[in-house]
Design a protein around this ligand. Structure first.
Ligand code: NAD
Length: 316
């Protein structure tokens, strides 16, 4: 299978490339190496991929992708984007429009000229739901994002549906629910919590800690993406971890795995939702999705990875 992964140097993209290579696929990774967080982390992610048989990296912005830039690909996995709920207010919104909406529209225009393309899998987000009216949330619920980020992810998802219905581009949009695991983006909660617990430094907790999430382990996410790509199904589906856990519960688990966590209490942030919970019946029926990683197990993997990093940095 010849694949293209946009956002290949990012958190989920680098895990997806590893999974595809291990499955025997050829992978062209595309990434602009944006500076939303320290690009050194992205360079490190790439070090795990560059040199492996079947992998090729193209540094570049999707907005500059030329006509024919997807030629020969069986599947395009589209993960490039501007993430982050809290940073999406104010002047930075322009980046969200460029990297989530305009880049996706340009990719879809390019895909339109490729009749051999079997699937385009888009990494959408649970943020499209906002504060959902019912839990677990099904795909038929009216999306009402509560952050500018969610608005741009929903716009891009609508574009995927438009290009599918008008021009037969075979798109699947997967609404990912709070993805976590080793190499998680540094602006995300677990990526700050685990090092804080190991270092004995305070963890900044926004709100009362009773906000809950359907946390999804990154290996389950990348497995779902490939399953969706190989299926004949197109449309929009939730991808959740199958367990709703509060931040207070996560803090207790990490405290037990590492050291008790010191908390720095901060106010709620605009754009944060109170709860998320995915109904994943559609993904199960459409392409056999079943999450297998419990939150305790996934957090243990993050603690192990962080300890390994610390040990390496002591040697260096
Ligand atoms: P990430 O920031 O680690 O990865 C995104 C990558 O895209 C970055 O390496 C960045 O350099 C690249 N990029 C951005 N704009 C680009 C452009 N115009 N051209 C080429 N490359 C570009 O983020 P992540 O957490 O790995 O998320 C990947 C995707 O999944 C994003 O689209 C995000 O919205 C979506 N998503 C993530 C989560 C989550 O919990 N991490 C949840 C729902 C959806």
């Amino acid at each position: 299978m010849r694949t293209i992964v946009t956002g290949a140097a990012g958190f989920i993209g680098s895990h997806l490339c590893e999974h595809l290579l291990a499955s025997g696929d050829e992978v062209v990774g595309i990434d602009a190496m944006t500076d939303y967080y320290d690009p050194i982390r992205k360079e490190r992610n790439l070090e795990l991929l560059v040199g492996r048989p079947g992998f090729r990296f193209q540094r570049g912005d999707l907005l500059a992708l030329p006509a024919g830039g997807l030629a020969g690909a069986d599947v395009v996995y589209h993960l490039a984007g501007q993430p982050g709920v809290r940073a999406s207010w104010g002047a930075q919104f322009a980046d969200y429009v460029d990297r989530n909406v305009r880049a996706t529209q340009h990719l879809l225009e390019t895909a339109r000229g490729e009749p051999g393309l079997r699937k385009l899998v888009y990494a959408s987000s649970s943020s499209v739901y906002g504060d959902a009216e019912t839990y677990p949330t099904t795909e038929s619920l009216r999306p009402r994002p509560v952050s500018p980020y969610g608005v741009t992810k929903l716009a891009a998802e609508h574009l995927c549906e438009l290009y599918r219905t008008c021009f037969a581009v075979p798109t699947v949009s997967l609404r990912l629910f709070s993805v976590y695991g080793p190499r998680q983006r540094p602006d995300m909660a677990f990526a700050r919590l685990v090092p804080a617990a190991l270092a004995g430094t305070p963890f900044p907790l926004h709100g009362d800690g009773e906000q809950s999430r359907d946390f999804t382990y990154v290996r389950d996410v990348v497995t779902a993406m490939r399953q969706a790509a190989l299926s004949s199904w197109c449309g929009v589906a939730n991808i959740g971890g199958g367990e709703q856990v509060t931040m207070n519960q996560v803090i207790d688990i990490v405290g037990a795995l590492a050291e008790p966590v010191l908390i720095d209490r901060l106010p709620d942030q605009h754009g944060d939702v109170r709860h998320t919970a995915a109904d994943t019946a559609l993904a199960r029926a459409a392409f056999g999705y079943r999450p297998v990683t419990r939150v305790r197990e996934g957090l243990a993997a993050m603690v192990r990875a962080e300890r390994e990093l610390l040990a390496l940095s002591r040697v260096a």
